[in-house]
Design a protein around this ligand. Structure first.
Ligand code: E4P
Length: 217
């Protein structure tokens, strides 16, 4: 499963990239607001750090303006994936952009039928939001399993990008289901390394090493 970081914080992105943990990045207007930086500038910087897909979202709701915004965004770098909302105009933009060789991430997916439409429109990625689905009492991971089944039934090439990931169990379940990608905040990716037995083991080994009175090098 590919790992994308769901952030516009370039320091965090560099940190994860240095550990070889990043296959791409996703941003959205809220994350750009949180970063407090110019949209085009920060996306360009991220594209220079990560060679994989970097999602940058258009904000227009009508097809023509969406395409104008997409034109600006896709010029930033070859690894930009234009993010469009799951609406009819968004799907039209998805079709036009992917036909033209641009990667497209269709976002804000909350049903298997929506995912089916995105695949038919040629989406590179579909982003079902598991955390927001859980928040309103639906099983976000069941949605991922349904989309996996449907895409496999018809051999759709669209990659399932599990979004709105909130904790390590989401990552574990997405990997078990066979999602292609998951995008999570850097804090969640860093949480994956944590295990109390690892910490205890390090402590015990260091205590015994002290007793040997030796040094390495
Ligand atoms: C995905 O591309 C979105 O940016 C993101 O995963 C949304 O997550 P949230 O529901 O935690 O805001």
């Amino acid at each position: 499963m590919k790992f994308f970081a769901d952030t516009a914080d370039t320091a965090e992105i560099r940190d994860l990239a240095d550990a070889g943990l990043l296959d791409g990045v996703t941003t959205n207007p809220s994350l750009i607001h949180k970063a407090g930086r110019d949209f085009l500038e920060v996306v360009a910087e991220i594209c220079g750090i990560v060679s994989g897909p970097v999602s940058a979202e258009v904000v227009a709701l009508d097809f023509e303006t969406m395409m104008k915004e997409a034109e600006v965004v896709r010029k930033i770098a070859d690894n930009v994936a234009v993010k469009v909302p799951l609406t009819i105009d968004g799907l039209k933009a998805c079709k036009a952009l992917t036909d033209d060789g641009t990667m497209v991430n269709v976002t804000l997916c909350f049903s298997a039928n929506q995912a089916l439409l995105a695949a038919k429109a040629g989406a590179t990625f579909i982003s079902p939001f598991v955390g927001r689905h859980d928040d309103i009492g639906f099983d976000g991971m069941q949605l991922i399993a349904d989309i996996r089944l449907i895409y496999d039934n018809y051999d759709f090439a669209t990659e399932i990008l599990v979004a709105s990931v909130r904790h390590p169990i989401h990552v574990y379940e997405a990997a078990r289901i066979g999602a292609d990608v998951m995008t999570a905040p850097p804090s969640v990716i860093k949480q994956l390394v944590k295990h109390p037995l690892t910490d205890n083991g390090i402590k015990a080994f260091l205590a015994d090493w002290e007793k040997t009175g030796q040094k390495i090098g």
